[in-house]
Design a protein around this ligand. Structure first.
Ligand code: ADP
Length: 273
């Protein structure tokens, strides 16, 4: 499996209707995926250690999906590989009054990861060209300009040391219906059931068009988009873990070299109690 099979060359369009959300690539069972996932998760932890120790780069992971797309499960399973000390998850909700009084990237830039850290965005600035566009929350001349504004913003982050990986978890409307029905029926999931999600579901074609534009117009060399088949959670987890491993490996992270010969220091002997 290669991360590059889930992205497109910059400038080429993503065609989501042609992308099978139920794909499991060359794998035919969850059992076979688990050892591969385990290996990637261990690798992620070790790469994060280098990222943290080196302090030269940050990693920003943007997660977008339709409701029930599996953002939370991906964060739990895949990003769970990272040491909590070096990772921050930020969910983006409907903007507050204070946030709305600023430009749309203000709340985003404030929480972009510092060098050495991993930042995970559960939703992101892309909501400003997705829900905002589909629900008409801003006029077209406003959201149209945002694709370029986003590209310039992400370029700034990339040029100042942030590795950016953007993941769209691609589920089918049938799978979404199953997951929403689970939320409706399972008492432990009732809290996740939001009648507003049903309104968004009715706008599926409009959302897909907005996603296609977001993915196609903002798929830059410095901040690529990946469309991850996400109907099968085990395959989604494996693909996301592979994309993150490859992204971190591309940084050629090394532990910092010590100043001089550390063995020259004598560890003091202590007598206690
Ligand atoms: P989630 O669905 O991510 O688990 P919520 O149920 O709290 O979390 O949903 C967050 C809501 O905030 C979503 O409906 C999303 O569309 C909305 N939202 C996020 N960013 C914006 C934005 N910039 N403008 C309008 N709505 C937004």
């Amino acid at each position: 499996m290669k991360a590059s099979s889930f992205t497109r060359p910059p400038g080429k369009r993503f065609h989501l209707a042609k992308l099978d959300p139920g794909s499991t690539g060359k794998l035919d069972s969850k059992e076979k995926s688990l050892p591969l996932l385990e290996k990637n998760l261990e690798r992620l932890w070790s790469l994060q250690n280098r990222l943290f120790a080196g302090g030269k780069h940050g990693l920003l992971v943007v997660l977008q999906a339709m409701d029930g797309g599996g953002k939370d499960g991906t964060i739990r399973t895949v990003m769970g590989a990272f040491s909590p000390q070096g990772v921050a998850v930020t969910p983006f909700k409907v903007p507050t009054e204070e946030e709305r009084a600023h430009d749309f990237l203000w709340r985003i830039h404030k929480v972009a990861p510092a060098k050495g850290l991993v930042g995970i965005f559960n939703r992101s600035h892309y909501e400003d060209v997705l829900v905002v566009r589909v629900k008409g929350l801003a006029p077209e001349e406003v959201w149209r300009r945002r694709y370029e504004q986003i590209n310039a913003f992400e370029q700034l982050l990339a040029e100042t040391g942030t590795k950016i990986v953007k993941l769209y978890l691609h589920i089918s409307p049938e799978e979404q219906a199953r997951r929403l029905a689970d939320r409706q029926q399972d008492p432990d999931e009732h809290w996740k059931f939001n009648p507003g999600d049903l309104e968004d579901r009715k706008l599926w074609p409009q959302y897909m068009a907005a996603y296609e534009d977001a993915l196609s117009l903002c798929n830059t060399p410095w901040a690529p988009w990946y469309a991850v088949p996400a109907d099968r959670k085990w395959y989604r987890n494996l693909v996301v873990s592979e994309i993150l491993v490859e992204a971190l490996e591309s940084l050629h992270l090394e532990f910092p070299k010590p100043d001089g010969d550390l063995t020259a220091y004598k560890i003091p002997k202590i007598k206690w109690p």
